[in-house]
Design a protein around this ligand. Structure first.
Ligand SMILES: Cc1ncc(COP(=O)(O)O)c(C=O)c1O
Length: 489
């Protein structure tokens, strides 16, 4: 860290548009000034609190922008001890984009503004989010089924297939959902997708008109929000409390066209949407002619208590689009999921898919169909649930008392848990020490919509995925954490 007296810095001319991602804008503005030399190497940036006051934004927003600059090496030092611009010689400027588009589309402009974190690389580590126990996947069986399919693929399968998906797989998915989730649906309502994310994106493409209001859980799954925003939606964050999405707050949003929810296990808080709220949500959709996108991304993982019926099973008016995925039971790279749609929507959704990609790759669909038909799938679901429960228990039992951190909550479902932390500064401190010690976890403050109001009210916390690695690795990670967080062994 530089020891010379701090150089004065000129931050004039930074204008942030409150309608766009503030942290991203601030990050870009500072990076631009570092690269063009307006912020010289060795210059000390104002403290995050002062910067927040100067720019009239939340400190949380400033911290996020600075974190990104740290991660990319543009600044160095530690919050608290001062933040310095890295000496220019060690910064490699990005090549200039000579083909800048003077009139980018709204989607292009939105995507440029957003910080979309890259997927974590390398083999899973404790406590990676969104990853099931894929070390337990029966690859031998899968390989055998693949080999059998490809040795003599039916000629009828090798041309262009049904954009709604392989008919046999659609039948089997419908049968599984009828028996496993109490969802009385037919194969004709099922559309196979490339994972839950594509299912959500299709909903956005087909149900949202530019300027429509879309309600999303706040905090929530940001990639769903992005999919709706790219389709032109005006995002409205709705509070999540102990019963899930606050339906009264939803009802107060005028002209809201669609609500995206994760009812079985809210992402990331882990709350289950209560039955009363489920009924209120359906009433809202019926009254307003709104759509509900029900993302049941980890619906297979319930460890105790009675699972509540999915919204789609309670829907009498055809307002719910149900999203499911194989990626949390098998592995994310499989890219296989499905939608269960009100009958009238199937045709347009299939046509849209045909335009995007024609259909999903046939081998994976056919092999998954055989995997389900031969009983491997249900066996694997049971095994995955048991493994996730054991891994959850290893985390719950070994978790230490951490100053500024609430005790771990009871975890009845899902693949992750969320533990509240007293303030974003403490959250960042814990995250930074954990990452340095090689332990992955996410900050709850990153799951909020980046609007000013939320910046101020955002609750902080740690979001921990517990299924990614076996118990022994969880125990090792907990030892590293105790050391990193300077807790008694
Ligand atoms: C809430 C939620 N929905 C959907 C997805 C995406 O799932 P898929 O891999 O099937 O696209 C994720 C991924 O982590 C998620 O957390």
């Amino acid at each position: 860290m530089p020891t010379s007296p701090p150089l004065p810095v000129d931050l004039s001319g930074i204008r942030l548009d409150p309608a766009l991602g503030l942290a991203r804008q601030l990050y870009r503005a500072l990076r631009e000034r570092i690269l063009d030399g307006r912020l010289a190497g060795g210059a000390r940036l104002p403290a995050s609190r002062d910067l927040a006051r100067l720019l009239d934004i939340s400190r949380n927003t400033v911290t996020r922008a600075l974190d990104q600059l740290y991660a990319e090496g543009y600044v160095e030092g530690r919050v608290g001890a001062g933040t310095y611009v890295t000496e220019l010689a060690s910064i490699r400027p990005e090549p200039r984009n000579t083909a800048a588009d003077p009139r980018p589309s709204a989607a292009m402009a939105y995507l440029r503004e957003q910080h979309l974190p890259p997927p974590p690389d390398g083999a899973p580590r404790a406590f990676r989010i969104g990853v099931p126990a894929f070390d337990l996947f029966p690859f031998e069986t899968w390989a055998r089924l693949q080999a059998r399919f490809w040795r003599r693929p039916p000629a009828a399968c090798l041309g262009y297939g049904d954009p709604a998906g392989d008919p046999r797989l659609r039948e089997l998915v419908a049968a599984y959902l009828r028996s496993g989730r109490g969802l009385n649906c037919s194969a004709q309502q099922v559309v196979i997708t490339c994972g839950a994310q594509q299912a959500i994106a299709l909903c956005a493409q087909l149900l949202v008109r530019p300027g429509d209001r879309v309600a999303i859980e706040n905090p929530g799954y940001r990639a769903a929000g992005h999919a709706f925003a790219v389709a032109g939606a005006e995002l409205r964050g709705v509070t999540v409390d102990g019963e899930g999405l606050d339906t009264r707050e939803l009802a107060a949003i005028e002209r809201c066209r669609l609500a995206y929810v994760t009812p079985s296990h809210q992402y990331p808080t882990g709350v289950t949407l209560s039955l009363a709220r489920r009924l209120e949500l359906l009433e809202w959709a019926e009254r307003e002619g709104g759509w509900i996108v029900e993302d049941d991304y980890d619906g297979e993982y319930r460890y105790s208590g009675v699972p509540l019926a999915p919204l789609a099973a309670l829907d009498r008016q055809g307002r719910v689009l149900y999203v499911g995925t194989f990626c949390k039971i098998a592995f994310p790279a499989l890219r296989l999921g499905y939608l269960v749609l009100p009958p009238a929507l199937v045709e347009p959704f299939a046509r849209r898919r045909a335009l995007d990609m024609r259909h999903s790759e046939i081998g994976t669909q056919a092999v998954m169909a055989e995997f389900i038909a031969a009983g491997h799938f249900l066996r694997h679901v049971r095994r995955m649930r048991q493994a996730a429960r054991a891994r959850r228990d290893a985390l719950l039992q070994g978790w230490p008392e951490v100053p500024g951190c609430a005790p771990l909550p009871a975890v009845e479902a899902g693949l992750h848990l969320c533990v509240p932390v007293a303030g974003v500064a403490r959250e960042r401190e814990l995250l930074s020490a954990a990452h340095t010690a090689g332990v992955e976890m996410n900050g709850l403050s990153d799951y909020w919509l980046p609007s000013e109001a939320n910046g101020e009210t955002a609750r902080a916390g740690l979001v921990l995925g517990f299924a990614a690695v076996p118990e022994a690795q969880i125990t090792e990670a907990l030892v590293s954490l105790r050391r990193a967080w300077k807790l008694p062994a």
